[in-house]
Design a protein around this ligand. Structure first.
Ligand code: NAD
Length: 729
């Protein structure tokens, strides 16, 4: 084990260097923590050592804790987690107290952290335990505690130390929102102490260590009379902060994220007791969060499996297919967004539309987004010009010569798309891969326009393209491996997360989200209070209620999809009750947000105001309203049963994609880890029982799929049965 090594220089500074072999980024393991502890012991005991600098042998300091360690800790149960966390506290506390006399607080050895780049999670909690944090002036570095984003919270003293260092109010965005900062902003916020030129990093840290006084080593909370900045809970100002924080957390999380509550409890309770007791409280809260199935499901989906998909977990084994020249056909809302994210990732883009004016308008979208970046200081004017120079806006298909990937985003119409496909194929070379961004048309059918269906694929982006991180890749019946690899390599280049699914109506994401919207509208038609529908959705962790969602995506689009689906399904079409409502809404001109009128009312400026009162005369409220849980079950089961059917039918081939895709694609209750994780938390038997009740009351759309019934009988879970790995396609 050589994750940490220590070398003492001629001046007596022990430099402990973190450099995990064969990894590009340092992550902390249990063994490495023990090694760090030994090296600190040795340095503190060695009379030749005057102080310590902890740094990294890589360009960054650390990416955080190895999440597999957290999984191992969890397997040992509550006591093992608590003991493991307390062991970390002991080591970090040893660094903090640095061998000083407990009474006089004298005689400790100064310890500094020198961060060359990014320092996340334990990569900041460790420095927070030292006496001074230096960071190289590296604007690309990210410093912070992002744990909350994956359903846990900083549990190696970061929560207690940061809230005591900055006060609860100032620490809140860093702890509760996982806000990351570059070194200069981190210094301005008080997370770190000094930003120095990169080539002076070690020298400056050593210099400080050699000149530090006893008093420089004593943390404020170890000093007599320590008062929490901004006030502890019973101080009038602190009281306001904690009441406000509690309200803020509940409004943001709707109470469904256990980590946020536990974090606030650790800060609140910890603020009223001595520091070492506060660490124990932090460890207990951390233990309870780790044992909550929500945190393991979130870590699994949002971290481990998302990363596996980002790295191409299901990529066919063919040579690198990175895109060099991209053609985007259709410079509307989607095409313009696809051109922007691609050019931003360094890809040369030809953006084609039917008229030069439309093509130019599409390119102007990139200029607008880049201008916003310049205003916020995120993009330099030079970078803006560089990105714009990569986009050629034209009507001339000849400009596509040499393109290795085309993404078509013209009108959702088979004939228009076929015409465009033929024109493109006449202009590009034989190996060019052709992708369509269709959201509803079968890929296999669209591929008929190509003489090379093996090179034809679906690459389905979500709107707005620059913000939404999921890309759904759809294989037609004849799509070949090279096309899949091309799509995956493209998605990696633009730094989004891909899922690969087979061709079937609405693919995966829309297949699940449409029933969610429809169930909400169906309830309105039945006389359920619209506010109950919307709030029930939010209280179970959906980012938007179904009525708000259909307002956002537009009601006329819903009408269009309903008509097309009905035409395709004929007598089997199940959603007449929904259509009555949306067709009527469309007739009233209430087309959603874009019309400033939908299920909600909007101000002239487009701000959403309230649910539209005009619904009630048309759909009077039932005297007997359903319970919150019943409404939530309807809304969630409408989605998860579709996900299970998609798996059963082979549209989804990997439940990891089903879970990650659901959270990134349409915000499916992230606390649950996704539809399959949620069903695992609920248990297949309980799920089937709920389906039985819903079917009896509301109809066969809630009938449990055979797969779920079989799993209930056998007592299986999705992750147990499918192992989180790819199934046969
Ligand atoms: P849009 O109407 O904003 O843009 C379509 C563009 O295609 C227009 O600029 C139009 O001038 C151009 N166009 C039409 N026919 C053309 C032709 N023959 N040659 C060249 N250009 C032509 O539509 P959009 O919302 O960007 O959708 C485009 C595609 O993306 C559709 O297939 C849609 O289903 C799909 N999609 C849309 C969304 C969404 O949320 N809007 C999401 C995912 C996928």
């Amino acid at each position: 084990m050589t994750d940490f090594t220590s070398v003492t220089d001629a001046d007596g500074v022990a430099v402990i260097t973190w450099d995990v072999p064969q990894k590009s980024m340092n992550v902390m393991s249990t063994e490495a923590f023990a090694l760090l502890s030994d090296l600190v012991d040795q340095a503190l005991a060695d009379s030749a050592v005057k102080g310590i600098v902890i740094t990294s042998g890589k360009k960054d300091f650390a990416g955080g804790m190895d999440l597999n360690v957290i999984a191992q800790m969890r397997a040992g149960g509550a006591q093992a987690i608590f003991d493991g966390v307390m062991m970390m506290h002991k080591v970090l506390r040893k660094i903090e107290l640095a061998g000083m006399d407990p009474k006089t607080k004298k005689g400790g050895k100064p310890i500094a952290a020198a961060l060359p780049g990014t320092a996340l999670g334990i990569g900041l909690e460790l420095p927070l335990s030292t006496h001074r944090i230096f960071a190289a002036d590296n604007p690309k570095a990210k410093i912070g505690l992002p744990e909350i984003m994956v359903g846990i919270f900083p549990g190696a003293g970061g929560t207690t130390r940061l809230s005591r260092k900055l006060g609860a109010m100032i620490a809140a965005p860093f702890l509760l929102e996982g806000k990351l900062s570059d070194p200069k902003s981190a210094k301005a916020a008080g997370l770190i102490d000094e930003v120095v030129p990169a080539d002076e990093l070690l020298a400056r840290a050593k210099d400080w260590v050699l000149n530090a006084k006893d008093a420089d080593l004593v943390k404020p909370w170890d000093d007599k009379g320590y008062k929490m900045p901004g006030g502890a809970p019973y101080h009038p100002a602190g009281f306001m902060t904690f009441v406000g924080a509690s309200a803020m957390i509940n409004s943001k999380t709707q109470g469904v994220y256990p980590a946020a509550k536990a974090l606030l409890a650790a800060v609140y309770e910890g603020a009223m007791v001595p520091f070492d007791v506060a660490l124990k409280i932090e460890a207990r809260q951390f233990t309870s969060v780790l044992l909550n199935p929500s945190s393991s499901a979130m870590i699994r989906s949002l971290f481990i499996n998302k990363e596996a998909l980002d790295k191409g977990a299901n990529r066919p084994k063919v040579a690198d297919q990175s895109v060099k020249k991209l053609g985007v056909i259709g410079a509307g809302m989607m095409g313009a967004g696809i051109a922007y994210v691609s050019a931003n990732a360094g890809i040369e883009v030809v953006l084609i539309d039917a008229s030069q004016e439309s093509a130019d308008r599409g390119k102007a979208h990139s200029a607008d987004l880049l201008d916003k970046g310049v205003k916020r200081g995120k993009v330099t004017p030079a970078k803006k010009e560089e990105v714009l120079a990569r986009i050629t806006a034209t009507t001339d298909y000849a400009a596509l010569a040499g393109a290795d990937l085309i993404v078509e985003a013209v009108f959702e119409d088979v004939a228009v798309k076929a015409g465009v496909t033929k024109k493109v194929l006449a202009a590009v070379g034989p190996d060019c891969i052709f992708a369509t961004n269709t959201s509803t048309l079968p890929i296999t059918q669209l591929a008929h326009a190509s003489d090379k269906p093996a090179n034809f694929i679906g690459i389905h982006f979500f709107s707005p393209v620059d913000k939404m991180n999921l890309v759904e890749i759809i294989k037609g019946h004849e799509t070949g491996d090279t096309a899949v690899a091309k799509a995956l390599d493209f998605v990696r280049q633009i730094r989004k997360t891909p899922i690969v699914v087979n061709d079937a109506r609405f693919f995966y994401a829309n297949r699940c989200i449409i029933p969610y919207i429809n169930e909400g509208i169906r309830m309105v038609a039945e006389g359920v209070e619209p506010a109950l529908v919307e709030n029930a959705a939010k209280l179970v962790g959906m980012p938007l209620g179904p009525l708000q969602l259909v307002d956002e995506t537009s009601i006329d689009l819903g009408v269009k999809i309903a008509k097309a689906t009905k035409a395709a399904m004929g007598d089997d079409y199940p959603d007449e009750a929904v259509d009555k409502v949306i067709f009527w809404m469309a007739d009233q001109g209430r087309l959603g947000r874009k019309a400033n009128a939908g299920f909600y009312t909007y101000s002239d400026k487009g701000d959403r105001l309230a649910l539209w009162e005009g619904l009630e005369p048309k759909y009077p409220l039932d005297k007997l309203q359903p319970s919150l849980t019943d409404v939530q079950h309807r809304l969630l089961f409408a989605q998860v049963l579709e996900a299970v059917r998609a798996l059963e039918e082979g549209v989804l081939t990997d439940i990891r994609e089903g879970d990650v895709g659901a959270i990134l694609g349409w915000g499916f209750a992230p606390w649950s880890g996704g539809p399959f994780s949620w069903l695992d938390i609920l248990g297949a038997a309980r799920a089937v029982e709920i389906c039985r009740g819903l079917t009896a009351q509301f109809g066969p759309r809630f009938h449990a799929p055979a797969l779920l019934r079989e799993m209930a009988e056998k007592g299986e879970t999705f992750y147990g049965r499918f192992g989180g790995q790819k199934q046969a396609a």
